[in-house]
Design a protein around this ligand. Structure first.
Ligand SMILES: Cc1cc2nc3c(=O)[nH]c(=O)nc-3n(C[C@H](O)[C@H](O)[C@H](O)COP(=O)(O)O)c2cc1C
Length: 192
């Protein structure tokens, strides 16, 4: 796949085909891509909790908030849940101040999602989640601070990119196609 196609295909998906299960081995292959990615000072303060078990997925799912802009609709729709989660945690034994690892978290998350997309899967980065709830649900040790949740699965919805003209709010049309407006190049590239 051309790199630009991979980037275009790597959208935020919120509905999945539950009959296509992601194996732990496959998700670990995505995490391997995060492991090999850049890290500030090469400190590598991140740890990854991988869940492919339905019961554990449900525990994580209930601590997350999806598509605030589409409320009152609820995502993922019943019967269309992700089949795996990765919770990216900051190990405070390595980085005492978790927000200082935010850039590493973003890079790792993008690597995981690009790897998933390249293999025909997809997912969603979730920053809106109950940190304490996830810590308790996964019985994380005190040194692990959850920073970002990634939902993964086989997407079964259509997401379209478009050039924004005004609002950048994502929206759904009458066919339930999800539209993602992106600011055009002319707006974001500064002459210096
Ligand atoms: C750091 C970060 C946190 C996000 N958190 C959430 C979230 O909590 N819930 C959600 O539904 N989407 C979340 N998203 C997905 C964004 O809504 C999505 O990236 C945006 O609508 C653009 O769509 P695209 O990813 O397809 O380009 C998050 C994205 C990023 C980068």
């Amino acid at each position: 796949m051309e790199f630009l196609d991979l980037i275009k295909r790597n959208r935020s998906y919120r509905s999945f085909d539950e009959s296509v299960k992601l194996s732990r081995e496959t998700v670990l292959s995505f995490v391997e891509c995060a492991r090999l990615s850049a890290s500030g000072g090469n400190n590598q303060p991140l740890k990854y909790c991988v869940s492919t078990k339905e019961s554990t997925n449900a525990l994580i799912q209930r601590e997350t908030a999806w598509a605030a802009k589409l409320r009152p609709r609820v995502f993922p729709p019943e019967g269309h849940k992700p089949t795996a989660f990765v919770v990216i945690c900051v190990d405070t034994d390595i980085q005492k101040d978790p927000p200082k690892a935010d850039r590493d978290v973003g890079i790792a998350a993008q690597s995981i999602l690009l790897a998933a997309t390249a293999q025909g899967f997809g997912g969603l980065m979730i920053g809106a989640f109950n940190r304490q709830g996830v810590k308790e649900a996964l019985k994380l040790s005190d040194n692990l601070e959850p920073a970002l949740v990634i939902a993964l699965g086989k997407p079964d919805e259509t997401v379209l990119l478009e050039d924004a003209s005004g609002s950048v709010d994502y929206y759904r049309d009458e066919n339930d196609v999800h539209h993602v407006p992106k600011r055009p190049m002319s707006e974001i590239v500064m002459e210096v």
